[in-house]
Each structure stands twice: as structure tokens, then as C-alpha cells.
Design a protein. Structure first.
Length: 307
């Protein structure tokens, strides 16, 4: 069953990842070939936390493959509000759907829930831990913009502590050759040691930590901006003090490489000024569309549908 779930990209080999990226590109080129690939199949999206892109892109992906969707985006409208356990909800939905995509605020909940699903299960974000399908969108974007992953200097800026998309992307990029990480954050929002030690240091990858975005800007091939994760803070005061630590403006991009790729998982709050949207280096809206194709490729893989 393990290979039919996506909880953590760790479980996917580099070869499997590359194949998935290739598949997404193929779907993008010939979407009509996949229009009936999932006829009769049902995807359940269970979102215990707010979402725009992840939930809707999974739903769109399944509809584009000919399948249908069920689910909730507000657990208060489901029996969760009556006290139903995650185990019971997942067991029941596993009887209705052919594949489940879940987002939940508790770290580790995806792994636990997958054990009761009985059908392929996808982690759409478990608290501040991981968000592997956003990483699939990020990887396809980097692949399309840069043509490769090896030898890139990738800057991560903002909330590296709670930003689950950062943790998942670092884990995925660490398997390519000579990738260098530049970790830009306030002291309080530094990358957790379980990512720094277990992923980056464990295989001796080159990295630097800094609080100064402008100083490192000229070195970067990719800049991954992130939102300060308000919902994970214990007190409002800390959030208000840290929320605008980094705001990317056109001025700050003056010394950046001409072929820099700027990514952001979105939603953006204040981290990137709207003026940057017109800069050809801004890739975050393309990244959203890439996510849909990667999710189509993932659904096909997990349901073992060959087209
Ligand atoms: C991210 C998430 O939910 O972690 N959003 C997303 O899925 N694209 C990033 C965020 O909320 O800041």
C-alpha cells in the first residue's frame, strides 16, 4: 500500500519523481488524451484547514480526468462537529471514494489517517510538517523554468519554521546534485533542526543561514518566498512583529540574476509587492497551473491508470 499513498516525498525515488514530472508535461501537451482516464472514479477532498489552490486544483485535476469529487472544506459541516474521530471519518470515506486527499492541522495526521483509508491517500498538508503536493507543483515549475535541478542555488525566504512547503521542497531538492540552499529568515523563524540536521546536514549539502535577503540576492537561481504562517503562532504579538520581515519589491530585485525564478506557494499576504507580478522572473501564477497538471499525474499514478 505504501506506494499508493503520498504522505512524504521521501518515499518516492528520484526516478519516480522524474517520471511524474515527465507525465505532467505530457498531460499538459495533450490534455484531451486524458479526458476519460478516470471515468467512474471518485476523489474525496477532506479539508480540515482552509485552502484555495490545493483543494480546487485536486478537484479540477479529477474532473479533467473524467472522474468526480465529493468531500468537505469545512469540517464543521460534517460529523466532525459531532465529535467523530479522524479514524472513523476516514474509514467511512474510504468506502465511498477511490482516492482521498486530506489537509489537517495536526502534524503526523496524514500518516495516521492513511492507515484507515483502504484506498490511495494523499497528504495535502499536515500542520506545519509537510506539503508534498505543493512540492510537486514547485518541482514542475523549476523544471520548466530552469530545465534541471542540479547545481542550482535556491533561496528560501520568510517563515522557514512553520512553512510546510519549505520543508517538503528542501527534502525533494536534496536528492539532486550540488544543490545549494540559502536560508533567509528572522532568528525566530529559522528552519527546524529536523529538516536542517536530518536532510541538509545528513548528506553534507552546502547551505548558509542569513537574515539579509538583499545581501544574498545576486547568488540565487530560485527564490522561494513564503507567508508568515499566522495560524501556527501561539501569540498575536509575535506574529505582528514578524509578519512583514521580508517584502520583495522591484528595488530589491535590482541585483538579482536576470534569469532568477521567483516562486511562492501562495496565498501571498504582503511578502511580494504586486508590482513584481509583471516582472518576467515572477513564476508564482504559473506555479499554480503547474500544480494542477502534477496532481493529474499523481492521481493517475496512485490509481494505477495507464494512458
Ligand atoms: C501553502 C500551505 O497551505 O501550506 N498553501 C498552499 O497550499 N499553496 C502555503 C501557505 O498557506 O502559506
Amino acid at each position: 500500500m505504501a506506494n499508493k499513498n503520498l504522505i512524504d516525498l521521501d518515499a518516492m525515488s528520484k526516478k519516480q519523481l522524474d517520471m511524474l514530472i515527465k507525465k505532467a508535461k505530457k498531460i499538459m501537451e495533450n490534455p484531451a488524451d486524458y479526458r476519460h482516464a478516470c471515468d467512474g472514479k471518485i476523489l474525496a477532498t477532506l479539508f480540515y484547514e482552509p485552502s484555495t489552490r490545493t483543494q480546487m486544483s485536486f478537484q479540477t485535476a479529477m474532473l479533467k480526468l473524467g472522474g468526480r469529487t465529493i468531500g468537505f472544506d469545512n469540517p464543521l459541516n460534517s460529523s466532525v462537529s459531532k465529535g467523530e474521530s479522524l479514524k472513523d471519518t476516514i474509514t467511512i470515506v474510504g468506502g465511498y471514494a477511490d482516492i482521498i486527499a486530506m489537509r489537517h492541522p495536526v502534524e503526523g495526521s496524514a500518516m495516521a489517517a492513511s492507515m484507515y483509508a483502504g484506498v490511495p491517500f494523499i497528504n495535502c498538508g499536515d500542520g506545519g510538517h509537510l506539503h508534498p503536493t505543493q512540492t510537486l507543483a514547485d518541482l514542475l515549475t523549476i523544471s520548466r523554468e530552469k530545465g534541471h535541478f542540479d547545481n542550482l542555488t535556491v533561496g528560501f525566504c520568510g517563515d522557514l519554521k512553520f512553512g510546510r512547503t519549505v520543508h517538503s521542497l528542501i527534502e525533494a531538492l536534496a536528492r539532486y546534485n550540488n544543490v545549494r540552499f540559502v536560508l533567509i529568515s528572522p532568528e525566530e523563524l529559522k528552519l527546524p533542526s529536523y529538516v536542517k540536521n536530518d536532510v541538509i546536514k545528513a548528506i553534507n549539502l552546502e547551505y548558509i543561514q542569513t537574515t539579509d535577503l538583499e545581501k544574498v540576492m545576486p547568488e540565487l537561481d530560485v527564490l522561494y518566498m513564503t507567508r508568515v504562517q499566522k495560524e501556527r503562532f501561539f501569540n498575536e504579538e509575535d506574529y505582528l512583529r514578524l509578519k512583514d520581515s521580508y517584502i520583495l519589491t522591484l528595488d530589491k530585485l535590482e541585483n538579482a540574476k536576470p534569469d532568477l525564478s521567483i516562486l511562492h506557494p501562495l496565498p501571498r499576504v504582503n511578502e511580494i509587492s504586486v508590482a513584481v507580478d509583471k516582472d518576467p522572473r515572477a513564476c508564482y501564477f504559473k506555479q499554480v497551473l503547474n500544480g494542477k497538471y502534477m496532481r493529474m499525474a499523481l492521481i493517475l499514478k496512485l490509481l494505477e491508470v495507464e494512458v
